[in-house]
Ligand binder design. Structure first.
Ligand code: ZN
Length: 143
């Protein structure tokens, strides 16, 4: 009998999402799409800027700093690969650049999470084309 290993689902982004994830993974740093004309950040990435309609964009590094916009605590899961992480948090982070991203986090006590709490989104490489977004809670107590 062999023990069956269960792996988490690995995303396979394409088009603009692939460009974003390749920028993130190659630099091992959080990145966002930024308009080359007006400077606005977008997530998910888009062909044309939602502000000025320019098709000129790049994926510069950002700090990943932001605040908790929303979250949910998962105490049960139908996904075997996540069983060992229960309870875990799914967090919507409003990055300081404006866009919101979704990431996962673990905390000793998930009930201590607060809207507006300061966090950092850190990419966790899974393949050359994909990374999880891990949410790390700032320890300075600022909110
Ligand atoms: Zn623009």
């Amino acid at each position: 009998m062999s023990e069956r290993t269960v792996s988490k689902v690995i995303g396979k982004p394409d088009d603009l999402n692939l460009e974003l994830f390749q920028a993130i993974v190659s630099g091992a740093h959080m990145c966002l799409q930024q308009c080359g004309n007006c400077g606005r950040y977008s997530h998910p990435p888009r062909m044309y800027c939602g502000n000025c309609f320019s098709g000129d964009y790049s994926y510069p590094e950002i700090s990943g700093a932001g605040t908790v916009y929303s979250y949910t605590i998962s105490r049960h899961t139908a996904e075997p690969a996540w069983q060992d992480e229960l309870p875990y948090l799914t967090v919507v982070v409003e990055l300081d650049e404006g866009p919101r991203v979704v990431g996962a986090a673990t905390l000793p006590d998930p009930a201590t999470v607060k809207i507006g709490q300061r966090v950092h989104v850190v990419p966790e490489k899974r393949t050359d084309d994909f990374a999880y977004f891990t949410v790390v809670f700032d320890t300075d107590g600022a909110s």
